[in-house]
Design a protein around this ligand. Structure first.
Ligand SMILES: [Zn+2]
Length: 322
C-alpha cells in the first residue's frame, strides 16, 4: 500500500468512525492499515497481535471488525471517493478473501484497487449550463457517517421491500393515533385530575411521550413515505439525515422490486454566493422548508432568508430556490 492509499483509508476510517465502534476498534483498524503498508495481505491469524494490549478478544471479533470496515467502504464508496479521492487514480478497496483448496486454508484481507463509480458531478452539470451556474447549483458533501437511531435500525429489515413497508406503515399509523388515547386513559386511571401535581405530571408525560414514541414514529413514517428524514441533533453544526437508499445492482430493476437500506450521515455544502463573496465554506445546513412543509432544503447560515437550495438525496445536488 502506498502512502496516498494509506492516507485515503485513514481518512475513510475517520469518516466512518461513528459506525465502526469504540476507540479500541478504531485503534485496531489503524494498526491493520499500518501492517498492510508493510505486507501485501493480512491473515486472520495475525489480527489478534494488532489489537490494543490488555484487551483479550475472541479471534472472531477482530475478523468481524475488519470485515465491517470492508463492508462500509463498499457501501460508502462514492461518498468517500468524492471526499478524499483527489490524489488517487483508483479506489483502494479493502477485501476479505478465503484461500481455496487444500488443508490449512485461511481467510485473509488485501487491498484491491478498483475503478471508482462514475456518477455525474456538479462540475459536469455546470459545464452544460450557461446561466451563471456557479451561483445557482451546489453539491452536498457527507461530512461523516452517523449512528442510525436504534428504532430505525430495528425496523431496517422492514424497509427493504415494498410489501414489508406497507405493513410497517399500517402499524405506525395505528400507533400514531392510538398513543394519545392510551396516555389519556392512563391519566384517568391514576386519578390525578384535580391534584396539585397534575400540570407537572401532564407536562412530563407529554415530553416523555414525544421523545420515546411520537418522534420515532414521525421519523419512521418520514423514512417509509419520503425516503429521507432529518435527524435533529442539537450538538451537530451540520444537518443530520437518514436516507432510505436503493441497494445498488448492475441490472435495471422495476421499482416494485427495489431493495433499500438505511444510511445516516451529517451533510453540508458550500454556499456558492458566500464562498465567492466572503470565502465562507460549509455554511449550508439542512432544514425543513417551514413548519407546515416538511420538504428538506439547504439553508445558508450566513443568509438564511435568501440563500436557500433544494436537496436531492439521490444526486446529492441542489439548485437555488427563488
Ligand atoms: Zn450564503
Amino acid at each position: 500500500m502506498n502512502p496516498q492509499q494509506l492516507n485515503f483509508l485513514s481518512n475513510s476510517i475517520e469518516f466512518l468512525k461513528q459506525d465502526l465502534g469504540r476507540d479500541e476498534q478504531i485503534l485496531f483498524l489503524e494498526n491493520c492499515l499500518k501492517r498492510l503498508q508493510e505486507t501485501e495481505s493480512l491473515k486472520r491469524s495475525e489480527l489478534p497481535e494488532l489489537a490494543a494490549l490488555g484487551n483479550a478478544r475472541d479471534p472472531k471479533t477482530h475478523d468481524k471488525w475488519l470485515t465491517k470496515l470492508c463492508d462500509l467502504l463498499q457501501q460508502n464508496q462514492q461518498r468517500l471517493w468524492e471526499k478524499h479521492g483527489e490524489d488517487l487514480q483508483r479506489f483502494p478497496m479493502l477485501v476479505r478473501r478465503c484461500s481455496e483448496g487444500g488443508a490449512g486454508n485461511e481467510t485473509y484481507f488485501e487491498l484491491e484497487p478498483i475503478d471508482p463509480s462514475t456518477e455525474p458531478t456538479i462540475q459536469n452539470l455546470n459545464s452544460n449550463q450557461n446561466n451563471n451556474p456557479q451561483l445557482t447549483a451546489i453539491k452536498y458533501e457527507a461530512v461523516r457517517l452517523k449512528r442510525t437511531p436504534w428504532y430505525l435500525k430495528l425496523c431496517n429489515p422492514l424497509f427493504e421491500s415494498r410489501r414489508t413497508r406497507v405493513w410497517l406503515l399500517a402499524c405506525l399509523l395505528i400507533s400514531f393515533w392510538i398513543t394519545p388515547l392510551v396516555i389519556s386513559a392512563w391519566l384517568v386511571s391514576v386519578q390525578l385530575y384535580g391534584h396539585l401535581l397534575y400540570p407537572t405530571f401532564l407536562w412530563a408525560t407529554i415530553t416523555l411521550s414525544y421523545c420515546l414514541v411520537w418522534r420515532p414514529i414521525k421519523n419512521l413514517l418520514a423514512v417509509a413515505l419520503r425516503k429521507v428524514t432529518l435527524l435533529e441533533h442539537v450538538m451537530s453544526p451540520y444537518g443530520s439525515i437518514c436516507i432510505s437508499e436503493v441497494k445498488k445492482t448492475n441490472q435495471c430493476i422495476d421499482s416494485k422490486y427495489v431493495k433499500r437500506e438505511l444510511t445516516s450521515f451529517d451533510l453540508t455544502a458550500n454556499c456558492p454566493i458566500c464562498h465567492r463573496t466572503h470565502k465562507i465554506t460549509k455554511s449550508i445546513s439542512l432544514e425543513k422548508q417551514s413548519l407546515f412543509n416538511s420538504r428538506l432544503i439547504g439553508v445558508c447560515v450566513n443568509n438564511p432568508l435568501e440563500h436557500r437550495f433544494s436537496f436531492d438525496k439521490d444526486t446529492m445536488e441542489g439548485c437555488k430556490i427563488n
